[in-house]
Design a protein around this ligand. Structure first.
Ligand code: NDP
Length: 435
């Protein structure tokens, strides 16, 4: 904490890993006296830069851009780009740190990184977003490459933004390479990549439920967020027989007791992805649903909760409410959405609870598959990518069970994911010497 003042999110992510990994190191001589965790919490490199662009009025705007290159022991740096006004060094370091463990869990050769800017895409015209992306990539392009660092999307960065950034990279370098993932299908993107994080989260939840002989069929599901991850988590959960009753954004949530079926979800996708509107617009078309302003959806009774919006969006009180309402499973689609106090509530109640680094790893795993396809100059079918995604999520679940099952049989997915993620990175670092 002394080395990193004013970085609460980064401290939170490190503490959570340290609490489970330090006892493991103490039991395993191989990992002792090598300062492994100390090395892992220090980024290989942190790049902070000025991003200057011209808005539609002709005025000059200045933002701050970042890329955290956290760890490259097992592959090129890999992790998303976030555009949101709250972006700062602490948030990106927490995300890059988590990403290192997550990428290790996927079994694919990817190191950890994260980047972004304090740019707010809300209310900006398409041209403004394009000019911002071009200005951002003008500097970022000096630090990334298909074998060095391969960024992707995250909050505020979807297919549109990835396209603009990829276009600028290609223009600057005169090179068509797989330097970014989440690209459009016409220029090297992978089928199923947009769906992958949400689908993967639901596949993981299926595996968790199966450990208790349960399935998603007939379950009531509360989803937070209405962006990329939330949309496809809702879609897959519905396809598997669940009833999704809420979705949200930063202004509030909608509750539809009849369930957000495929047709209603298509409308949410239109609102959020095309009209770039708010979740509250849902009730103009579906007036039987309720819109609750300024609240999060955790008070709604459910069997399964899928937090898919942002960090620290589910606190201790809300966790207690979920448990009291009979929620048996929480699968994190977002990164670190549950506060540390809330995690303890779930673990004490023996709720099936998975940290994002395990259950949302399907996104980056499919980005890894996009990189493979780019290297091979081939495109796999949706079925093939989806099959591989399912298999990867099953493997991650098995790793969590291997390292996280306690003497009572309860699976501590936090412990399991942290130790499994740590082992591979640590082995690679040890083999590569003191670097
Ligand atoms: P999007 O930008 O597509 O959607 C974000 C959603 O979360 C929106 O509904 C947004 O509402 C809401 N949200 C964002 N910030 C806040 C906030 N401060 N408070 C409340 N709600 C908020 O992002 P994604 O769906 O891609 O990402 C969601 C989460 O999933 C993030 O934690 C991300 O790191 C994680 N993730 C994403 C992956 C991916 O492949 N995209 C992969 C793995 C993890 P509003 O529109 O009002 O801002």
């Amino acid at each position: 904490a002394k080395k990193n003042p004013n970085e609460p999110e980064f401290m939170q992510a490190v503490m959570e890993v340290a609490e489970t990994v330090i006892p493991f190191i103490e039991e395993n001589k191989k990992y002792q006296n090598k300062m492994l965790l100390e090395r892992m919490v220090e980024p290989d490199r942190t790049i902070i830069f000025r991003v200057v662009w011209i808005d539609d009025k002709g005025d000059t705007q200045v933002n701050r851009g970042y890329r955290i290159q956290m760890n490259s022991a097992i592959g090129p740096y890999k992790g998303g780009i976030r555009f949101h006004p709250t972006v700062n060094l602490s948030i990106l370091k927490f995300l890059a740190f988590e990403q290192t463990f997550k990428n290790s869990l996927t079994t694919l050769p990817m190191g950890g990184g994260k980047g972004g800017a304090d740019f707010d895409p809300k209310g900006k015209s398409d041209n403004e977003v394009m000019r911002f992306c071009q200005a951002f990539m003008t500097e970022l392009s000096k630090h990334i490459g298909a074998n060095t660092d391969v960024p992707a999307g995250d909050i505020g960065v979807g297919g549109r933004e990835v396209g603009y950034m990829f276009g600028q990279y290609k223009r600057l370098r005169n090179e068509f390479t797989g330097v970014m993932t989440g690209k459009g299908i016409s220029f090297g993107g992978s089928l199923i990549r947009p769906e992958a994080t949400g689908y993967g989260n639901v596949y993981f939840v299926q595996s968790m439920l199966a450990t208790r002989g349960e399935s998603l069929s007939g379950k009531t599901i509360v989803v937070s967020g209405s962006g990329n991850v939330a949309q496809y988590a809702a879609e897959k959960a519905t396809q598997l027989g669940g009833k999704v009753v809420t979705m949200s954004d930063s202004a509030g949530y909608i509750y539809d007791s009849a369930g957000i079926d495929a047709q209603k979800l298509a409308y949410i996708m239109e609102i959020k992805n095309e009209l770039r509107g708010r979740i509250s617009d849902y009730i103009t078309k579906y007036p039987d649903a309720k819109y609750v302003a300024g609240k999060r959806p955790w008070g709604v009774k459910c069997d399964v909760a899928l937090p898919c919006a942002t960090q620290n969006e589910l606190n201790e009180e809300e966790a207690k409410t979920l448990v009291a309402n009979g929620c048996i499973c929480v699968g994190e689609g977002a990164n670190m959405p549950t506060t540390p106090e809330a995690v303890i509530v779930f673990q004490k109640a023996k709720t099936l609870y998975s940290p994002g680094k395990a259950s949302n790893a399907g996104g980056v795993a499919t980005s890894g598959l996009e990189m493979s396809q780019n290297s091979l100059r081939l495109n796999w079918s949706s079925e093939e990518v989806d099959e591989r995604l399912k298999e990867i999520m099953l493997n991650i679940h098995a790793s969590c069970v291997k390292y996280g099952t306690d003497s009572s049989g309860y699976i501590d997915y936090v412990k399991g994911a942290n130790i499994a993620g740590f082992v591979k990175v640590a082995d690679a670092m040890l083999a590569q010497g003191v670097v």
